[in-house]
Design a protein around this ligand. Structure first.
Ligand code: HEM
Length: 207
């Protein structure tokens, strides 16, 4: 079964195209400028976040809704996770260019919190193969569960940060909405995972 996995190369192609589009788009519209790089950093997450959610929810969705789509997600969870890592690496490229362009550094808390998230993400990507699953035993599950939930936490903290405002004009309203939708989806995703875990536990207890 493990050896006969079909790799959905189109998913990586589509992810690379979409994430690069979110960089090239703002840079074309606003030029190689502070605004261009800032929007590139912002919009790359709009590709990586949905891929994160699909990876995070692949199993719980199958617990509640068995369909071709959810079965496909579960079968391809590894590749969804790797696509997320690809898109989020492009976020890293865009945000690095932004800070280099404005000749500033992110604050220490962002560097440490975000840096740890990237370290975990790269570790998870590097161990997303059959050999690592076999070789690492129970530690594989620990790394991927902790890593996934740490990334979940950084998404939540970042989206909740949007709710505190700080920027003027209409843009604040739009970013506030992004904060509401982003943190709402992040919370709902955890709720769905907990509900699925609860359902599996109670099913096991009654059999
Ligand atoms: C050291 C690491 C990181 C730095 C310096 C960083 C920096 C940035 C910057 C400059 C933006 C654009 C801000 C703006 O719109 O003004 C941004 C957006 C964002 N980042 Fe990162 N980031 C880092 C890591 C991460 C990680 C690991 C995650 C998630 C796990 C993440 C999630 C987000 C989210 C959710 C947004 C908002 C996207 C939106 O508005 O739609 N970032 N980040």
């Amino acid at each position: 079964m493990i050896g006969t996995r079909q790799i959905p190369y189109w998913l990586f192609g589509a992810t690379a195209l979409a994430a690069l589009g979110t960089v090239i788009g703002p840079l074309t519209l606003f030029g190689i400028s502070e605004q261009g790089w800032q929007l590139a950093a912002r919009y790359t997450v709009r590709v990586s976040f949905p891929l994160f959610l699909l990876t995070y929810l692949a199993r719980p969705l199958t617990t509640f809704w068995r369909s071709n789509a959810t079965r496909w997600m579960l079968r391809n969870r590894r590749y969804l996770g790797l696509s997320f890592a690809l898109a989020h690496t492009i976020h890293l490229g865009a945000l690095t260019s932004y800070f280099v362009f404005i000749e500033q550094s992110p604050d220490v808390a962002t560097l440490v919190g975000g840096g740890l998230a990237y370290a975990l993400m790269f570790l998870m990507a590097a161990t997303s193969n059959d050999q690592s699953v076999r070789g690492m035993g129970a530690n594989w599950g620990r790394l991927h569960t902790i890593g996934l939930h740490y990334l979940w936490l950084i998404f939540l903290v970042t989206y909740l940060g949007r709710l505190s405002g700080g920027e003027g004009g209409n843009q604040t309203d739009a970013l506030f909405m992004v904060g509401i939708v982003g943190s709402g989806l992040t919370f709902c995703a955890l709720a769905l995972r907990l509900a699925a875990a609860w359902k599996s536990l109670s099913r096991r207890a009654t059999t």
